[in-house]
Design a protein around this ligand. Structure first.
Ligand code: ZN
Length: 539
């Protein structure tokens, strides 16, 4: 048997630093180049020299590709899918050290020279010599390195199971890579007659609170959805404020009602979702004038555990109705006080209702042309496009004003959880045993709180909740879609075991080296080998 390329802690460290040096911030040229470099790296393995057809790139969008590599044992059907993302967040926060963000060894040395500038915990970690700093070290190029090492070892030692290594772009923004990968996974399964047993991610283990050094594994991931609103009031001149209603006035009621609203908190297995909060609230006036702002928008962040899109829309509508009632009550009091008739009551409409109304009024063709004009602006992101579509429709239907239009803005990450799956329980027990051999204590968390691509597998939705999402997402089927039907096909439990690190998305992002190069590889290998044993028993 030949020598492993990525078999020792030292080799893994070198591999990680190489992966990090291939800058791949989301939406940069580096993100486009990265998959070709990984492909070349994997081509160094004898296995892919012999089976070049098992290594492929698939386009996600805009010249960005995902990488899929299959290690197949001739006798096995059972397949584990190893998922990672190779994009990273941006690096401005490194300031004058930005050049070094992708050179972990140098960055870690350089930070030593100015360690007194670091936050207390980061400084202590740096001085301990246990951590490697750098963008993407923790989130999550180490995860990819571990998967590469696994597929190498499996192929060299001829493990009796199948592994699919899947690494995708765009996880940090819209998860375009994973949404595309879903259909490719379904295709691959059909082509090769695979049976997916588990979707296995290696996002890093986060500390749950400062100073917490426990190693967590995750048997699910939180979901996230973004209810959004367009507020359409009535314009007037500042000198005659009573002749109109500003959108800002309307928006204030809904934002009060949404932020920290406990109705949106979900609990499961002793864990709870963080409360909702607004992510943006702005009026649509482009420049200063004495015309009052009569159109505004707001975006709210809602985390999920069990609820589907239809349930969130119900709840959002309920909250918006209450907000509108409060607004109308306040406004009619004001009308009485000022002795005016007022401009009418604020009503609440779902986007699907507005769309139906607009199509009946102006015709389907007119409406789709109007949508197409907005979608043709690449400089606007999915959220901007969504809100602008609602806005353009309301301009055509202003007799509905004052109104609050409710919609969903991308992205949407369904929640997924496999805590009660017996197979996953067994896997976690194996991982814990392997960790204990190195003196590492592992704890289980039921919902990964960092959002991840596991949201797009093992989907279940008995209530067809996604159709509400489709109908109320203005950009649905155009610039944004989720392959719900294919996701339903990918029914296998999920598990996330990754290396320990701290401060993802901050300039103090760092990876615990023993965890990354010694402990986690042992956990992963022990887990995969235990699965091999099971396969052998059933063959
Ligand atoms: Zn990540």
């Amino acid at each position: 048997m030949g020598k492993l390329l990525w078999g020792t802690p030292k080799d893994l460290r070198t591999l990680l630093c190489e992966l990090v040096s291939w800058e791949s911030r989301t939406l940069t040229e580096g993100e486009k180049e990265f998959p070709f470099k990984v492909e070349n790296k994997l081509k160094q393995l004898d296995y892919f020299k012999q089976h070049p057809e098992f290594l492929a790139l698939h386009e996600a969008d805009q010249g960005r590709n995902l990488v899929m590599a299959l290690y197949e044992h001739p006798k096995a059907a059972d397949t584990i899918v190893l998922i990672s993302h190779f994009d990273t967040v941006q690096t401005e926060e490194y300031g004058d050290l930005e050049q070094l963000a992708f050179r972990p060894e140098e960055l870690t040395k350089k930070l030593f020279e100015r360690k007194d500038d670091l936050p207390e915990e980061a400084r202590a970690d740096l001085e301990s010599g246990n951590y490697l700093f750098g963008r993407g070290t923790m989130d999550m190029k180490m995860g990819l390195a571990l998967h590469m090492a696994l597929i190498e070892k499996a192929s060299m030692e001829n493990w009796p199971l199948n592994l699919v290594l899947l690494t995708v772009p765009d996880e940090e923004v819209n998860s375009m890579g994973m949404r595309k990968a879903v259909s490719e996974l379904v295709n691959l399964r059909e082509e090769r007659g695979l049976s997916y047993k588990m979707f296995f991610n290696s996002e890093p283990a986060f500390s749950q609170k400062p100073g917490d050094e426990k190693h967590y594994v995750y048997s699910g991931t939180l979901g996230k959805i973004m209810p959004a609103a367009l507020f359409y009031g009535k314009e007037t001149h500042v000198g005659e404020p009573l002749k109109g209603m500003t959108a800002n006035y309307m928006a204030s009621f809904l934002s009060q009602a949404m932020e920290w609203n406990a109705l949106y908190r979900e609990s499961d297995l002793g864990e709870s979702t963080p409360l909702p909060v607004s992510l943006q609230q702005k009026d649509l006036k482009m420049q200063y004038s004495t015309q009052t702002p009569y159109r505004a928008t707001a975006l709210y962040n809602v985390f999920l555990m069990k609820r589907n899109a239809a349930e969130v829309m119900e709840l959002f509508e309920q909250t918006a109705m209450q907000a509108a009632t409060m607004c109308n009550t306040a406004y009619s009091g004001l009308c009485r006080r000022e002795g005016i008739e007022g401009i009418g009551e604020v009503q609440v409409l779902r986007f699907e209702q507005l769309l139906e109304y607009a199509e009946a009024k102006r015709g389907v063709r007119f409406v789709s042309k109007l949508k197409a004009e907005i979608l043709a602006h690449p400089e606007w992101d999915e959220r901007e496009k969504s809100l602008r579509i609602a806005d353009k429709l309301m301009i055509q239907c202003h007799e509905l004003a004052p109104a609050i239009i409710l919609l969903f803005a991308p992205p949407y990450y369904p929640a997924v959880n496999s805590s009660e799956d017996p197979f996953i329980m067994e896997c976690i027990a194996t991982v814990k045993r392997a960790a204990a051999e190195n003196g590492v204590e592992v704890d289980q968390v039921h919902y990964f709180n960092g959002l991840c691509d596991l949201s797009y597998v093992n989907y279940s939705d008995p209530g067809n909740g996604w159709s509400s999402y489709e109908r109320n997402t203005p950009v649905w089927g155009e610039t944004y879609s989720i392959p719900f039907a294919d996701m339903l096909e990918l029914r296998a439990p999920v598990l996330n075991v990754g290396p320990f690190g701290k401060d993802a998305h901050q300039y103090t992002e760092r990876l615990h080296m023993d965890s990354a190069f010694v402990h986690t590889p042992h956990m992963l290998e022990s887990l995969m080998k235990s699965l091999c044993k099971k396969v052998l028993e059933t063959v």
